[in-house]
Design a protein around this ligand. Sequence first.
Ligand code: ADP
Length: 496
Amino acid sequence: MNQYILSIDAGTTSSRALIFDKSGNEIAKSQNEFKQYFPKEGWVEHDPLEIWSSQKEALQNVLKAQTISTHEIIGIGITNQRETTIVWNKETGKPIYNAIVWQDRRTSEFCAELKSKGYEPLVNSKTGLLLDPYFSGTKINWILENIAGAKQKAKEGKLLFGTVDTWLIWNLSGGKKHITDPSNASRTMLFDIHKNCWDSELLALLDIPENMLPQIVESASNEAEAQLEGWERPIPIYAIAGDQQAALFGQLCFSPGDVKNTYGTGCFCMMHTGKTPVISNNKMLTTIAWQMNGEVEYALEGSVFIGGALIQWLRDGIELIKNASDIEALATSVNDNGGVTFIPALTGLGAPYWDANATGGIMGLTRGTKKGHIARAALEAIAIRSMEIIVEMQKDSGIQFTNLKVDGGACKNNLLMQIQANLLNTKVIRPKTTETTALGIAFMAGLSCGFWKNKDTIKKLWEEEKTFDPVTSDTNSALIALWNSRIQKILSSESK
Ligand code: ADP
């Protein structure tokens, strides 16, 4: 009988199920997109029942696609979009409101109010996060304050809260298990990452009853089983982790200083920092990477809001290119950027600038400027923004890393990866499997149930597709110097 691990990758725009064999090869995949709701400016919602039905369908289809039986699936790993908040009725299993998605900014004013009252240092010292609507805490508060009768029901223990991992496990287990892992809990703004437990002071601050919260279990542990119609047997769940943490695991970033950068819509950079949390002096987030074998491991995280989205804008916004992949040929049609700098502040600038009001700019235009120069400057911009985050992380952690592992849609761009290697003066390594998040949670589940023996076994399965060695030259420092002087011109006055 063949043996496999099944990954649930519950993303922001789609529900996916993937099957991996013992060699770490993806042998089947099923994916269903679900609807995004934008009820008001800055609000983003999902229908939790649609998250569940699309995920269930993906799970059923992925087995059918290769006629694999549930007896051949040794275990399941679940990874998910983080922070997204769902509250449901414990008895009926019905959500009392839509899922409020991580991107949703409706609680900005409440966060600003809490900041003005001086609560950010408390939040930061306990959770490693900043006081921001991004995280689940103020989203739960909003649901309890705004849905009729919710507060009272929550106090009476009739409501449950969960991020998407918790919601799916609750449904997969037929309402038996209400659990989450520390990597997801550490994104709620309610979790003390030092003590590895829910924090009563933060719960009181946000007026959230503790009885709504899921029980914390290790990221790699067997606390629940999944049973669906048509399955011959329930399949044990062996791992739970947030998507960026799963990608960190999938990139084998197990030691302090190991870093991965995901080049998707935005760029998410995460650095493993070992068994003690590193508190950032540069507004990076400190977060739990995972808990395995009783040990909690930590990571630093920085995000660049506009990564591949800059290429999307060149394609859809000004129609400079037809396909995202055309950018590379256009950028290599010239030898350099021709003096052009592209500041990609299309939605403000995050770390280390944190300037929400900054707007973008293409600077240094002359009569000699060609489309290719703009394309090249755009790729340089993505690499420079990632470099800025990585440099801050190195300062925070005092760790000098030796290579950068990459994934995400835009990492296919060879020129971008070469520019990144040059700017960081480090090797950039692109793996063969680009489904790093799903592979990461499969690795974690497989280690947890003995499908793979130990980390050394999975290290042998991870294959490099291409390494970009840095080429140091004066051009790199000139590029950075020009960037530094030009970005000053677009920062809004309050952040200078
Ligand atoms: P997400 O998971 O955030 O939806 P993906 O990892 O699927 O993103 O990557 C898609 C992003 O990558 C898009 O923003 C797209 O513009 C960008 N992209 C895709 N191919 C390339 C390429 N060859 N060069 C640069 N950017 C690219």
